[in-house]
Design a protein around this ligand. Structure first.
Ligand code: SF4
Ligand code: SF4
Length: 194
């Protein structure tokens, strides 16, 4: 059976648009006079003077990225490339490197020598955050990309990404991190597999 779409009756009032146009003008004029003459608390302003003013963002708002820190201040990121692989906009560029010999992380983990996100190409889907196995990349900064006419201002390098705190003001996360050498570390070595 064909689905019947309800359509309003085409009366003279609907067809002429006069009533609806008058309603629209009355609404707009009402807002205009209220915003012009009412006291500051009574204005019906639907816009804010961005960027001087911003709205309160919801708690789970996805802002610009940050790279979280370990307790020693180094990046939690192990340069596994999961985030850049998951990114549909292909706007994450990572160059991995090995920790120096003698560092307890040598042979276990890598670190990002280069980590760049093009925030202008990003579509803020959050896939990178979901893909990360280390809670190393987050979008809980509460900031959106600052307005700029300079292209390079949207290219966030590793230092920039590590300099942005979370909304709680910290650079770490509440999730525990099992460092190589800790009793809680699984102790699997990339070269020996045990
Ligand atoms: S939020 Fe989405 S588009 Fe932006 S960097 Fe992450 S995965 Fe890529
Ligand atoms: S941020 Fe996470 S997913 Fe991306 S490379 Fe680093 S550890 Fe891997």
């Amino acid at each position: 059976m064909a689905y019947k779409i309800h359509k309003p009756a085409r009366t003279l009032a609907v067809q002429s648009y006069v009533v609806e146009a008058a309603k629209g003008i009355a609404f707009t004029a009402g807002r205009f006079f209220q915003n012009t003459f009412a006291s500051a608390d009574n204005k019906k302003i639907a816009t804010v003077r961005y960027p001087e003013e911003t709205r309160d963002y919801p708690e789970r708002f996805r802002g610009v990225h940050r790279l979280t820190h370990r307790v020693d201040g180094s990046p939690r990121c192990v340069a596994c490339l999961c985030c850049s692989t998951a990114c549909p906009a292909q706007c994450i560029h990572i160059e991995p490197a090995e920790y120096e010999a003698g560092d307890s992380r040598h042979g276990y983990e890598r670190f990002p020598k280069v980590f760049v996100i093009d925030e202008l190409r990003c579509v803020f889907c959050g896939y990178c955050v979901e893909a990360c196995p280390c809670d190393a990349i987050r979008m809980d900064t509460g900031y959106h990309v600052p307005a700029s006419t300079e292209r390079e201002h949207f290219i966030f390098d590793k230092e920039t990404l590590m300099s942005i705190p979370g909304r709680d003001g910290t650079f770490v996360t509440g999730n525990p991190r099992h460092e190589p050498g800790d009793p809680s570390h699984p102790g699997i070595d990339r070269e020996h597999g045990h």
